[in-house]
Design a binder for this molecule. Structure first.
Ligand code: BES
Ligand code: MN
Ligand code: ZN
Length: 495
């Protein structure tokens, strides 16, 4: 899908060549504007035909003096980003049936956060999964114009970021949504390789390489499956070669049966989403390739299936991780931390400025935070604050949870250096404490996305989170903050 920012008055919007218009109507109205569109909405408001609440809409067909066949006016409250996002999604419902190829979103205020929200919201609302359907109904919408009163360079940049975020998020959704037999570790590796290009290198390790390295924890999980594991290394170079990278690690369990500690049957299909962390890392790299910010980023994806079988690990087995620490596997369903711990150890060789892992790690995190905020754990104050702020700005929020050493007591083992599970209390925290043993002194954060990576029920599907949060953080780190907050945006190669 293409996005374009265009300065336009509301009178000009009436003449715009587009199949459909969505008019984002703020409570104060689009000040000082005239023409048939404004006259129509004002009349509708006076007649009580456009409700007052955010998201209330009115559809008109072939309005006199308007080129677009369909026009939807929708309330967007005071025009803040969150309300604009909701309004766009709601208005799209009125147009879905007509399936326009081109759409113009008319904003009354040219605000960067609102423009980004509009872009992300129309993309999310019009997204369609198609890969494994014999008669797919692909997205028809091809081109979205954002019409604003004035288009400055800051706004232009914001729309570019939002479009790249959509691109990354949709790649993440695609891979997370694919069923496990269409998204095997080898398929994820291929998807990563497809991202390679100038400034973006991809290396893929297989079982033999991983064994040679000594990643005993990753190997232990992969043993139960016939699908061979992959360990994927992505390198994006946007800054000087010697500049320390941010390292992202994504959990890539392509299906989590629980292993010998088998999960119950109900909703087990949703464990195809257990590679959502990996998918998010792929999405971030897809967006980096498009935006080319001045920063170095490494992505690590340990990918395998967690299956029961004759070769599978058993409760009580002790394995040796890449770090040399031995682990007693008391529950084979706590596999995410096992594959992640070897990746976190591997990450040390890049001497990261920050190390961030992203994982659908614990059901306990879903109980703690539900489906609104991802869980955030960090051993570094500045990193925690940066990620919290990025989450708020990108409307992809997270919430910090504790890492007190007392929580690590639960992981004590008589037969190994550490056990892979504590008890039920604070399950999300004990999982994070397990990971922390493998990060050393590096500033590290762990995002538990178990509650936010996908939706269940009738809207079942991947969300593409936390691609927006991560991208926002990386762009901030690259010094490309929004002009509003930091002065003019810096482009690559500019002082
Ligand atoms: N992938 C799951 C976590 C999960 C469960 C995410 C449900 C989303 C919804 C993870 O591998 C897992 O099974 N965790 C166990 C850990 C337990 C055995 C300590 C869990 O949360 O039950
Ligand atoms: Mn599990
Ligand atoms: Zn899992």
């Amino acid at each position: 899908m293409d996005f374009e920012l265009r300065p336009m008055t509301w009178a000009e919007a009436a003449a715009a060549e587009t199949e459909a218009l969505i008019l984002l109507w703020p409570d104060a109205g689009p000040a000082g504007q005239g023409g048939p569109l404004v006259a129509w909405v004002e009349q509708a408001v006076r007649d009580g035909d456009l409700g007052a609440e955010v998201g209330h809409w009115l559809l008109a067909h072939r309005l006199p003096g308007v080129q677009a066949r369909r026009v939807v006016a929708v309330r967007c409250g005071e025009g803040h980003a969150a309300s604009v996002g909701r309004a766009v999604a709601s208005a799209w419902a009125a147009l879905q049936q007509a399936a326009p190829r081109t759409l113009t979103l008319v904003l009354a205020q040219a605000d960067e956060a609102a423009a980004s929200a509009a872009v992300q919201s129309i993309a999310a609302a019009s997204y369609r999964y198609t890969t494994t359907l014999s008669k797919p109904k692909p997205r028809v919408l091809q081109r979205v114009v954002l019409a604003v009163p004035q288009a400055g360079s800051g706004l232009q940049r914001a729309v570019e970021w939002a479009a790249a975020t959509v691109h990354g998020q949709e790649l993440a959704k695609e891979w997370a949504n694919r069923p496990a037999n269409h998204a095997r570790p080898v398929d994820l590796a291929e998807a990563a390789q497809a991202l390679a290009g100038p400034g973006l290198q991809v290396e893929v390790l297989g079982p033999k390489d991983v064994e040679r390295l000594g990643m005993g924890a990753l190997l232990a999980v992969a043993r139960g499956s016939r699908e061979p594991l992959r360990f994927i290394v992505l390198r994006y170079q946007g800054a000087a070669k010697r500049a320390a990278p941010v390292v992202l690690v994504g959990k890539g369990i392509t299906f989590d049966t629980g292993g010998i500690s088998l999960k119950p049957a109900a909703e087990m299909d949703e464990m195809k989403f257990d590679m959502s962390g990996a998918a998010a890392v792929l999405g971030v790299f897809a967006a980096l390739a498009q935006l080319r910010p001045a920063i170095n980023v490494v992505g690590l994806i340990p990918a395998c299936e967690n299956m029961p079988g004759g070769a599978a690990i058993k409760p009580g087995d002790v394995v040796t991780s890449l770090s040399g620490q031995t682990i007693e596997i008391l529950n084979t369903d706590a596999e995410g931390r096992l594959i992640l711990c070897d990746a976190l150890t591997y990450a040390q060789r890049f001497k990261p400025r920050a190390l961030i892992d992203v994982a659908t790690l614990t059901g306990a995190c879903v109980i703690a935070l539900g489906h609104v905020r991802s869980g955030l754990f960090a051993n570094d104050e500045a990193l925690a604050q940066a990620l919290l702020a990025a989450g708020e700005a990108a409307q992809d929020p997270c919430w910090r949870l504790p890492l007190d050493d007392d929580y690590a007591e639960a992981l004590k083992s008589r037969f190994a250096d550490v056990a892979n599970v504590g008890g039920r209390p604070a399950g999300a925290v004990t999982a994070a404490k397990f990971l922390q043993r493998f990060v050393g002194q590096v500033p590290w954060a762990h995002l538990d996305i178990a509650g936010t990576a996908w939706k269940s029920g009738k809207d079942k599907g991947a969300t593409g989170r936390p691609v927006p949060l991560l991208l926002r953080y990386l762009l901030e780190q690259a010094g490309e903050a929004e002009p509003e907050q930091r002065g003019r945006p810096r482009r690559k190669g500019q002082a």
